[in-house]
Design a protein around this ligand. Sequence first.
Ligand SMILES: Nc1ncnc2c1ncn2[C@@H]1O[C@H](COP(=O)(O)OP(=O)(O)OP(=O)(O)O)[C@@H](O)[C@H]1O
Ligand SMILES: O=C(O)c1ccc[n+]([C@@H]2O[C@H](COP(=O)([O-])O)[C@@H](O)[C@H]2O)c1
Length: 228
Amino acid sequence: MSLEGLRSSPPRPPAFPPLTGAARWRGRKIGLLGGSFNPAHEGHLHISLHALKRLGLDDIWWLVSPQNPLKSTDGMASLDKRMASARAIIGRHPHLHVTDIEHHLGTRYSIDSIQSLQRLLPHSHFLWLMGADNLQQFPRWRQWTEIMGRMPLAIFDREHYSRNCLTGKVASRYRRGRLNEGALKSIATAKTPAWIFLPLRRHPASATEIREAQPASSPFSVAMNSKE
Ligand SMILES: Nc1ncnc2c1ncn2[C@@H]1O[C@H](COP(=O)(O)OP(=O)(O)OP(=O)(O)O)[C@@H](O)[C@H]1O
Ligand SMILES: O=C(O)c1ccc[n+]([C@@H]2O[C@H](COP(=O)([O-])O)[C@@H](O)[C@H]2O)c1
């Protein structure tokens, strides 16, 4: 490879969190916000700050997905660009972390990432975080009932989606696992299956709308990332 080629493909930084050495995270309550972050936006930050405070979490990791198995690769910016957008939105925050750990683990399905993380960090308490739109399509995820058995779920209110999600397939199947607001602070260590719906001031940001408004030169423009 030419020197130029080497310069344009710097080695990937090691995974965060390191795939060995669980001591730092022992006993901690960690929220996992999986997403495409194509790009990251203020809505992600809004729900994360809210979750840290209301759910008594120690940390939140944004798992920037290499490729959502249910989304098209068309229009998906590179993982590096999406990671950079996530870092730019978070800025410096001691308890919010951006991670491409799924890239390092080689996982694409959430169940595989969850199993790996629980194996690597057996003394940490994980909680999956998602917006109400994601809860609606959750029954299409691979082994979604296994996920329900492995960690609690916290759902954030989101415009256009919340009413359906509270009467949908997940809500009715796991009716008895739904916790009320009195359990907010203990949800991360609750016996599974457990889930909670978090009413909060809704944030209107949406990555689709951001992409649609981008000029063609933007790394997140639909035209720039279209494979056609
Ligand atoms: N404004 C928001 N309010 C509540 N939850 C949100 C909001 N934006 C994103 N989320 C949640 O954050 C997670 C990651 O979201 P994602 O990266 O897909 O952003 P998005 O805006 O939903 O993107 P897209 O429009 O491309 O589907 C998902 O669980 C999603 O439901
Ligand atoms: O595991 C699955 O089958 C699965 C199917 C669709 C989405 N997901 C995960 O859902 C999270 C939210 O994805 P997205 O693209 O809606 O931001 C992200 O972590 C994806 O990897 C997971």
